[in-house]
Design a protein around this ligand. Sequence first.
Ligand SMILES: CC(C)(COP(=O)(O)OP(=O)(O)OC[C@H]1O[C@@H](n2cnc3c(N)ncnc32)[C@H](O)[C@@H]1OP(=O)(O)O)[C@@H](O)C(=O)NCCC(=O)NCCS
Length: 218
Amino acid sequence: MTRGDTADRPVGPVAVFGAGGHASVAMDVLTAAGYTVAACLTPGGSGEKRGVPILDEVEGIRILRAQGVRRAHVALGDNVLRERVTAMVQGEGFDLVSAISPTASVADDVEVGAGTLVVHGAVVNVGTRLGAGVIVNTLASVDHDGDIGDFAHIAPGTHLAGNVTVGARSLLGVGTSVIPETTIGHDVVVGAGSVVVTHLDSTVRAWGNPARTRKAAS
Ligand SMILES: CC(C)(COP(=O)(O)OP(=O)(O)OC[C@H]1O[C@@H](n2cnc3c(N)ncnc32)[C@H](O)[C@@H]1OP(=O)(O)O)[C@@H](O)C(=O)NCCC(=O)NCCS
């Protein structure tokens, strides 16, 4: 869908997979965007978070199905884990919801993949594609014609200039800047506070100003 579509308007309660800090943020965004959160699910989960129950994942799927909950959001900060759990959740028959904070600014033509989260204060400009399960975190920005791969994470305060491509599952650490026309491969980790001025190959760890490849991503 694009930001301008109304097909994904909030309907019905959402199961949140995950119960950590990122889940708290996702729940806050989901609620601000008009959803209600039915429960958090995590292996061995118990207790509550933000007034909703935390359920064991297997038991929770059974309970929520019986309650007619059909929608889910996977709120796990780890990109590889988020991809894996998303496949499981889809296999269990849930529809993935994406959520955009009302304080974020996302251009009407931006493609937003299933299960993607755009957190408070983020800006995503015209011509950009956000893949599935992407996180554009607090106060981050993706300028015009960006292409952000599935399950990538643009961390808080990171800024991408125009025509930047980021591959699947890559993490751009907090406060990173990327100059225009730059391509960052898949499964890359860019360290916090980096300035990316050259293309980065897939599966590397890079950091610094200018960001240099230091080692393979682990
Ligand atoms: C870049 C990063 C992945 C490196 O992690 P690592 O591979 O475990 O590397 P280490 O912690 O062993 O650090 C190796 C060296 O690089 C330095 N270093 C690490 N991260 C750095 C960064 N972002 N900028 C500059 N130097 C950095 C360390 O100080 C250390 O230096 P030393 O060898 O002189 O002691 C990590 O430090 C980082 O920045 N992660 C981003 C986290 C983030 O923003 N997450 C978003 C959450 S919402």
